[in-house]
Design a protein around this ligand. Structure first.
Ligand code: GTP
Ligand code: MG
Length: 209
């Protein structure tokens, strides 16, 4: 897929303020600082469409971007950011699960996982919750440029092994780097293929989180 246009639509603080659910939608989620905003910028070929920061907790709202006037890419705040007050985290998690449960045009939840580190309980727990509710998941490993090919292979296998303790089979996964654009075409192809199955939201069943 060639990206012709990528525009910011809006930032929503709650699910009541989301744009209409009339186009295929793809969400990026993962722990704070995993590289969600950077990967979105890499995908669309714009350096500052989504705001990035080396300080975790940069993205704090649900951000919709319209791509090729055809589909939405959504940048979400990271989960598991320890420095945010417990009450704020709980509030945000409520909003997140409401979004995941109610967004009828959401076709794939891309769960971003930092490939440099060993499997984290937070990521595995989040994947389990999302999977249990029947949402389609694709795991996206980030920051692959920081590892050698052997380390990369070992870490991906370690994550798959950890997942198989809960899952019968692992979801599809893509290894990426926002710095080298590794995995960019694979990710765009995945979106192109998945968007083909989009059906009008009014005919889809609502999920209950
Ligand atoms: P929050 O919005 O805070 O949840 O973070 P985020 O997941 O959107 O992460 P963001 O894209 O802001 O990136 C966090 C940091 O990781 C920044 O310093 C990026 O430059 C760096 N980073 C992101 N992707 C990559 C990558 O592929 N390779 C390397 N080496 N660094 C990356
Ligand atoms: Mg961000």
């Amino acid at each position: 897929m060639k990206i012709k246009t990528a525009t910011f639509v809006k930032s929503s603080g709650s699910v009541e303020h989301l744009p209409p659910a009339d186009l295929p939608e793809f969400a990026f989620i993962g722990r704070s600082n995993v590289g969600k905003s950077s990967l979105i910028n890499c995908l669309v070929g714009k350096r500052e469409l989504a705001h990035t920061s080396s300080n975790p907790g940069k993205t704090q709202t649900i951000n919709h971007f319209l791509i090729n006037k055809d589909w939405y890419l959504v940048d979400l705040p990271g989960y598991g950011y320890a420095k945010v007050a417990q009450s704020m985290r709980a509030e945000w998690e409520k909003t997140l699960y409401k979004y995941l449960g109610k967004r009828e045009n959401l076709l794939t939840v891309f769960v971003l996982v930092d490939v440099r580190i060993e499997p984290q309980k937070k990521d595995l727990g989040f994947l389990r919750t999302v999977g249990e509710h029947g949402l389609a998941i694709c795991i996206v490993f980030t920051k692959a440029d920081k590892l050698s090919a052997v380390e990369l292979h070992n870490n991906v296998e370690a994550f798959k092994t950890a997942m198989l303790e809960d899952w019968e089979e692992t979801p599809p996964f893509i290894v990426t780097s926002a710095d080298t654009e590794m995995g960019k075409d694979e990710l765009l192809n995945y979106i192109t293929e998945t968007a083909k199955i989009f059906v009008r939201p009014d005919s889809k069943k609502k999920l209950n989180f």
